[in-house]
Design a protein around this ligand. Sequence first.
Ligand code: ADP
Length: 179
Amino acid sequence: MKQSWIELIKGDITQLHVDAIVNAANTSLMGGGGVDGAIHRAGGPAILEECRKIVARQGGCKTGDAVITTGGSLPAKFVIHTVGPVWKGGNSQEAEKLADCYRSSLNLAVEYQCKTIAFPNISTGVYGFPKDKAAEIAVKAVSEFISETDEIHKVTFVCFDQENFLYLSNFQEVRRQID
Ligand code: ADP
């Protein structure tokens, strides 16, 4: 029996009470602007401390990969840090790498028994990925993943801007929160 579903909301991902939120990090894992900065600010120093340990162990995080830390003082238990591709015009495996971000994050979520997980719109900020293409890739990667496992109950796409929200709301796989 398939129980999992995809929710779409507008808002600030740092406020969500879910098992794990995903951070659109960079390869250094040392924080940055956008959603990365917001997560570290809201979650406190414990997150960066664990990132430093990961860097010492494996030297950062490759594009498309993901690592997991505590959620620190966030309502979410864990933060899954993934590194989205920088948009370079579309011929540098950007689409595949973006799909990898969603898959690696969901694999870690399953490994850490997270049932509810929230994603920002990875790569659609300073990394410049076209939002319509990113939405399609996100929905496809997530719906394929959750159709093959019973471990994840709910995936939430958290949009900070209207454009991402509108693109994602075009997909029938996504249930939009009525506000
Ligand atoms: P990237 O470098 O992967 O493009 P950004 O952080 O610049 O990462 O942007 C990714 C997306 O996260 C953008 O759509 C941006 O609007 C959104 N964003 C920024 N702050 C937040 C937040 N607090 N909650 C949810 N999404 C956010």
